[in-house]
Write a protein that binds this ligand. Structure first.
Ligand code: PLP
Length: 373
């Protein structure tokens, strides 16, 4: 049976060139970057070149990139440090953020009494900027945290506009770019965020590594204490092979961006066409969504919801409902619950997310499998 992977918003396969680069580091450059001997110095050079390369891709300074173990860690660190160290009194976010932001903000509310306000989300998944302005005009030292690309429905935030509004009110701006880094251009000169986070496994790099961007002259304190790694901001011996792999993956992602983006966009269009033919009453969740994510409500009986993924999996097809962390849950996704009405949210839904490794044949086999359920 041919196995088909259409769950690239959950994670992606690692590019062979990245594996090659990482293997070399594991075999040859095993020194501890904090050691002063030649083994350590070589490892340190690799880390610093990776930092420079990543910074260059997003038009940042190398000193503004801090390596972490994943996107979740980077989100937790920034949000917590903003409240604890920068004395942020209020966080404005949305109910469609990833749980790495939502749960952290909830805990910070309990621990520090920080006020949490949720900006309205329109039924098409767009952030309501009028409401954002309204919330910001209430004063208080504020951080706005809004994701760039929604991981479940693929809606796209107008990043530059969100930053402009936030800065007009002297608030700080954090964005979760886990789904967008490596898949669209991010130029921090044009989009001057205060903080952003990324995760290598979403752009064909390894799992277990990510980074935070922290704008120059922003004084955060660490979440972990121990060594002086990452200027003392992230103690713990650096995962040199992961960091090198992440930099290589990002470099390749941007080198191939134009061709891969147009290929994947065509594939998504093809999938939509197949849905139109084979499931004419289907509905796309979200409007003007990102080119690699397609979230659909299916014209199937409600009782099929819980078994849908299982049946597709039995046919070798990997897709998801909502985020990977929620796939096993029968509860409706918090994102769909926010934008759909009560009846719509009960309908079977699927998130199909593509990569350049997918083909039209994958889409055909997926649709045929879905028809047989
Ligand atoms: N933020 C978004 C938007 C995501 O899609 C994910 C992963 O699903 C994360 C954060 C968490 O990233 P990581 O898996 O690196 O912790």
């Amino acid at each position: 049976m041919k196995k088909i992977y259409l769950d690239n918003a959950s994670t992606t396969s690692v590019r062979p060139e990245v594996v090659q680069e990482m293997t070399k580091v594991l075999l040859e450059d095993f020194g501890n970057p904090s050691s002063t001997h030649s083994f350590g110095r070589s490892a340190k050079v690799l880390i610093e070149s990776a930092r420079k390369s990543i910074a260059k891709q997003i038009n940042a300074a190398a000193s503004e990139i801090i390596f972490t173990s994943c996107g979740t860690e980077a989100n937790n660190w920034i949000l917590r440090s903003c409240v604890r160290d920068l004395k942020i009194e209020r966080i404005i976010t949305s109910r469609i953020e990833h749980h790495a932001v939502l749960h952290t903000v909830e805990i910070l509310g309990q621990e520090y009494g920080v006020q949490v306000d949720f900006v309205n989300v329109k039924p098409n998944g767009e952030i309501d900027f009028t409401d954002l302005v309204e919330l910001l005009s209430q004063g208080k030292k504020t951080l706005v945290s809004l994701m760039h690309i929604n991981n479940e429905i693929g809606t796209v935030l107008n990043l530059e506009k969100a930053i402009r509004i936030t800065h007009d009110y002297n608030a700080l701006f954090h964005t979760d770019t886990v789904q967008s880094i490596g898949k669209t251009e991010i130029d921090l000169e044009k989009a001057p965020v205060d903080f952003l986070v990324a995760s290598a496994h979403k752009f064909h790099g390894p799992k277990g590594v990510g980074f935070a961007y922290v704008k120059k002259n922003t004084i955060l304190q660490p979440m972990f204490y121990g060594g002086e790694q990452e200027k003392g901001l992230r103690a713990g011996t650096e995962a040199v092979h992961q960091i090198v792999g992440m930099a290589k993956a990002l470099e390749l992602a941007y080198e191939n961006l134009d061709s891969e983006r147009s290929y994947i966009s065509e594939l998504k269009k093809y999938a939509v066409k197949r849905f139109e033919i084979d499931f004419p009453d289907f509905k796309i969740n979200g409007e003007e969504t990102f080119y690699n994510i397609l979230n659909v409500n299916l014209p199937l009986p409600e009782e099929k919801t819980s078994m849908l993924l299982f049946h597709l999996d039995m046919k070798g097809i990997a897709v998801s409902r909502g985020s990977a962390c929620q796939s096993g849950s029968i509860r409706p996704s918090h994102v769909l619950a926010e934008i759909l009405n009560k009846d719509e949210v009960k309908k079977p839904n699927l998130r199909i997310s593509f990569s350049h490794y997918n083909t039209k044949e994958d889409v055909d086999l997926f649709i045929e499998a879905l028809k047989s359920i």
